[in-house]
Ligand binder design. Structure first.
Ligand code: KIV
Length: 270
């Protein structure tokens, strides 16, 4: 079988099997019910209800102001409409400072927000938290490379892992998260060669955003791939609405491009 089983909820083992078969995973951020239906109809199999909602929906300059209530509200909107895509929900800034706090908040994202998996930013320093969540039955996605919750000003969004020492540190973060029980990794804004090395070094699926073609799947902030944000987009973003002219066709073109490996292209890589 290829892809995921239509009309039924995507499982982590299906995504894991896609990695093993070398089939690309199409992921987008999603924050509401209408886009949930539209994205699923276009074949998106993985959603990140990301704290990027702080900027694209709530008007903040960075993600650090996003609260647990914000995340629960948007995750629940997606969960009510969702029938297929697996839902990863972000633990927001300062909601996972200790293993006990992380567990209480992750349980809330699952119970009230319908999360299938929670995502948290950081590597080796977050091992105890990941281990505790996994021990209590909560699937975890790690987020390495550029960590938006550590960004204080918009100009701090920049590529990570360009020199040997920081590339090695990001590789060690990936290995440590996998060893702690993380079942997936998001890798943000790192050189394509490093992302490919990490993808080959770990057995769990890697989802890239600004991390090049070698990842097991790709994610973009939904409004970025529709080209409807006012800021100048980073190099890795492609506007899929420009050539297609309507939203369902743009999302379908994104899914097709990810699956066939034409997005990201060399021009989108670092
Ligand atoms: O918050 C978000 O949208 C994210 C993306 C990088 C996937 O974490």
């Amino acid at each position: 079988m290829t892809g995921t089983k239509k009309g039924t909820p995507v499982t982590l083992s299906e995504l894991q099997a896609m990695k093993q078969r070398g089939e690309k995973i199409a992921c987008l951020t999603c924050y509401d019910a209408t886009f949930t239906r539209l994205l699923e109809a276009a074949g998106v199999e993985l959603f990140i209800i990301g704290d990027s909602l702080g900027m694209v929906l709530l008007g903040y300059e960075t993600t650090v102001h996003v609260s647990m209530d914000d995340m629960v509200y948007h995750a629940a909107n997606v969960a009510r409409a969702g029938r297929h895509a697996l839902r990863i929900v972000d633990l927001p800034h300062q909601s996972y400072e200790t293993p006990a706090q992380a567990l209480a908040n992750a349980r809330r994202l699952v119970a009230e927000g319908g999360a299938d998996m929670v995502k948290l930013e950081g590597g080796i320093g977050k091992v105890a938290i990941v281990e505790n969540l996994v021990r209590h039955g909560i699937p975890v996605c790690g987020h390495i490379g550029l960590l938006p919750q550590s960004v204080e000003k918009p100009e701090d969004y920049r590529v990570q892992g360009r020199d040997e020492a920081s590339a090695r540190a990001i590789m060690e973060d990936a290995r440590a998260l996998q060893a702690a029980g993380a079942a997936m990794l998001v890798m943000e804004c790192i050189p394509a060669s490093l992302a490919t090395d990490i993808t080959n070094a770990v057995s769990i699926p890697t989802i890239g955003i600004g991390a090049g073609r070698g990842c097991d799947g790709q994610v973009l902030v939904l409004y970025d791939m529709l080209g409807i944000l006012s800021h100048k987009p980073p190099r890795f973003v492609k506007d899929f609405l420009r050539d297609t002219g309507n939203v369902p066709a743009a999302v379908a073109a994104y899914v097709r491009a990810v699956k066939e490996g034409s997005y990201p292209a060399a021009e989108h890589e670092y």
